[in-house]
Design a protein around this ligand. Sequence first.
Ligand code: GSH
Length: 208
Amino acid sequence: MRLHGYFRSTAAYRVRIALALKGIACERTYVNLLKGEQTAPAYRALNPQGRVPLLETDGFAIAQSPAILEYLEETHPEPPLLPGDAKSRAAIRAVSAVIGCDVHPLNNLAVLKYLTGSLGVSEEAKSAWYAHWVLEGFNAVEAMIAPAPFAFGAEPTMADIYIAPQVYNAKRFDIPLDAYPRIRAVAAACAAHPAFVTAAPETQPDAA
Ligand SMILES: N[C@@H](CCC(=O)N[C@@H](CS)C(=O)NCC(=O)O)C(=O)O
């Protein structure tokens, strides 16, 4: 198994957390997004979208962190990222989707570059855009979780796998999190968990 990622990519960070939680050994390839390595023909041949993460496993390549997480969950069910009954799993997936579908896609590198490049938006307006969509999403997530200490109970689930990287990213961009005590509590619980520590961006080899 080989993960193609970049230390600051929150989508790749999700996959690193899942691998660590499930104790799955995985080789790594580093794709430097700032150097444009995601556009190299060899990488595009593996992932036509030219984004990270990408997981090569069992003779094929999986793009998109939600697909990778679901694949890992199906092939390595323990510990479960989607525990409980159908209702519990739907609640976990809903929080994951707020971040994965409604926040992150508006804030990733390609979108921000398009704003400031092709559309000529100022750095200030770009930052306002970024903050707006993070706060919109966090307002919803704050109301959807009940930390105990993780978003849905005593053990981390897929929801925490989405929340912790998004909080990391929000802090990088100086988004105030004072209005989100539940999200901050979840982030604190994650920060103390060995799998999240292993997966943290600043400790990845390509962060150096
Ligand atoms: N929905 C995708 C998003 C992947 C994505 O946007 N990755 C970003 C980094 S977080 C990327 O590779 N960007 C490359 C670029 O902007 O050129 C997923 O969850 O895997």
